[in-house]
Design a protein around this ligand. Structure first.
Ligand code: TMP
Ligand code: ZN
Length: 405
C-alpha cells in the first residue's frame, strides 16, 4: 500500500499515464536501449489533499551532472526573478549582513541579482553542471541535496538565513519533508521562506495535465502547503499567483506567530474548495479530460499529415514528455523539436525519440505547422517568431484547448 508523502495516509492513483521516461532525460541514440521508464500515476490524498505522483524515479535519475534544464534560457523568467530580488531587497532584508539561501538555484538565474548587489547568498543544487554555470555568473553555490544535514553545515559556516528561496523546487523533491526540516532550522526566527511552483488550481482550470511528470512529484495547492508547513510549526503568510510555467503560486512562509498572515490565504482556501481541489470526483473528471485530449490531439495531427503538410515541435519542454508519450505522438507526426537550450540540441526527446535541433534550423526551414510545446512561453515565442507567422506559418496550441493560430 502506498502512502502520502506528506501525511502518510494511504493513497490510490486516480489514473495512469502509462510507462514514462524521465521528462528532462534527453537521450543519445546509443542509449535508446537502456532508457529508464517508470509508471506515471497521480493521486490526490484524501486526508491532506496533496497532489502527488505515486511512484517516483530515484532523484539521481533526474538531477545529475548533465541536467538539461537551464532556467536562464527564458528572458521572461530572468526578469521575473529580478523583480523578486528587488522586492526582497527592498522589503525583507532588515538585518545588518543579511544572508539568502536558495534551494534549487539552477544556473543562478535568481541569485545573480543578490551577487550583483553584494548580498551574502548561497545556492544549493544537486546538479553539478548548472551549479558551475551559476558560479560563472558570480554566484556562490554548493552542489548537494538540501536537507537537515546540509542546513546544519550551512549554519556552521554562514549562520542562519534571513530569506530562503525555493522557486520551481518544492514540487521537484519527493522527499519533501527533508527539505522542510532543513528549512525549519536554517530560517531565522523572523525570516521568510519564499517558494513558487506550478499551482494545482491552475492545472485543474487549464486541464494542463502535462504538468504531471517525473520531476513534478507534487503539484502544490495552498491547502497542501499549509498542511506540510504546519507539521513543522510554520505557516503561510501570503500567497500571490503568477502566470509563469503555465500558472504558479508564490507562497510566503514563516515560523508560526512571527508574522501577520494576509486574508488572501483564507480566500484561496475557499476558492480551492469551490474549485473542487479537495474532492476526489474532480480528479475522476480530470482523468476523462486527459483521455479526450489524447484523442483530439492525435486526430488533428493525423489530419494535417494527410494533407502532406509537415509539423515540428517548438520548445523541448520537460512537460511535453508527458503529452508526447501519453498521446503516442511520434516521428510519424513531428519531424523534430527545436529548442534554444544547447544542452538539448543534437539529442532525442525522452521516450518518443524525436530529434531536438537548434532554433536556427527552425528559421532556415520553416514548417507548415508548429506544435507549441512551450505554450507557457507563448507571448515571448510568438513575438520572436513573428516572421514565421507573417509568412503564413501556423501554430498549434493545445492548452487550455486545441487551437490553430
Ligand atoms: P520550460 O517551460 O520548462 O521553461 O521550458 C521551456 C523550453 O523551451 C526550454 O527547453 C527552452 C525552450 N525555449 C525555446 O526553445 N525558445 C524560447 O524562446 C523559449 C522561451 C524557450
Ligand atoms: Zn496526505
Amino acid at each position: 500500500m502506498k502512502t502520502c508523502r506528506v501525511c502518510e495516509h494511504p493513497i490510490e492513483p486516480f489514473m495512469t499515464f502509462g510507462e514514462m521516461p524521465v521528462a528532462n532525460a534527453f537521450i543519445n541514440e546509443n542509449d535508446f536501449q537502456n532508457e529508464y521508464f517508470f509508471e506515471l500515476k497521480p493521486a490526490s490524498c484524501s486526508k491532506c489533499s496533496t497532489f502527488q505522483i505515486v511512484d517516483v524515479p530515484k532523484p539521481e535519475k533526474m538531477f545529475h551532472d548533465h541536467y538539461a534544464y537551464f532556467a536562464s534560457t527564458s528572458k521572461i523568467m530572468t526578469n521575473h526573478f529580478r523583480l523578486l530580488s528587488e522586492e526582497i531587497i527592498k522589503n525583507y532584508l532588515r538585518s545588518i549582513d543579511p544572508f539568502i539561501v536558495e534551494i534549487g538555484s539552477n544556473d543562478g538565474i535568481s541569485l545573480q541579482n543578490y551577487s550583483r548587489a553584494g548580498i551574502r547568498h548561497l545556492g544549493v543544487d544537486p546538479s553539478q553542471n548548472v551549479v558551475e554555470e551559476s558560479r560563472a555568473k558570480g554566484v556562490s553555490a554548493i552542489c548537494t541535496f538540501f536537507n537537515k544535514k546540509s542546513s546544519e553545515k550551512i549554519i556552521d559556516k554562514h549562520g542562519k538565513a534571513d530569506i530562503i528561496i525555493a522557486t520551481n523546487t518544492m514540487h521537484h523533491i519527493a522527499d519533501i519533508k527533508k527539505v522542510v526540516s532543513g528549512a525549519k532550522i536554517l530560517l531565522k526566527q523572523k525570516g521568510l521562506m519564499i517558494t513558487e511552483d506550478p499551482y494545482l488550481g491552475e492545472m485543474i482550470r487549464l486541464n494542463s495535465y502535462e504538468q504531471i511528470y517525473a520531476e513534478h512529484n507534487f503539484i502544490w495547492s495552498v491547502m497542501s502547503m499549509k498542511y506540510l508547513f504546519n507539521l513543522y510549526d510554520m505557516e503561510i503568510i501570503d500567497v500571490i499567483p503568477n502566470e509563469h510555467h503555465g500558472g504558479c503560486m508564490r507562497y510566503y512562509i514563516g515560523h508560526k506567530n512571527q508574522h501577520r498572515p494576509s486574508n488572501r490565504v483564507e480566500e484561496y482556501l475557499e476558492e480551492e474548495k469551490a474549485l473542487g481541489l479537495y474532492d476526489q470526483k474532480t480528479y475522476e473528471k480530470f482523468h476523462h479530460v486527459c483521455k479526450t485530449s489524447k484523442i483530439e490531439i492525435l486526430r488533428l495531427l493525423h489530419s494535417i499529415k494527410k494533407k502532406n503538410k509537415n509539423i515540428v515541435g517548438y520548445g523541448a519542454t520537460a512537460k511535453s514528455a508527458t503529452l508526447i508519450n501519453y498521446c503516442g505522438i511520434s516521428r510519424d507526426h513531428i519531424d523534430y523539436i527545436c529548442d534554444s537550450t544547447v544542452a538539448k540540441q543534437g539529442l532525442f526527446s525522452p521516450g518518443a525519440h524525436i530529434p531536438v535541433i537548434s532554433q536556427k534550423d527552425f528559421f532556415n526551414n520553416y514548417p507548415d505547422y508548429t506544435l507549441l510545446f512551450a505554450w507557457n512561453h507563448k507571448k515571448e515565442i510568438l513575438k520572436k517568431e513573428k516572421f514565421y507567422t507573417d509568412q503564413g506559418g501556423k501554430w498549434i496550441e493545445y492548452i487550455p484547448k486545441i487551437n490553430i493560430l
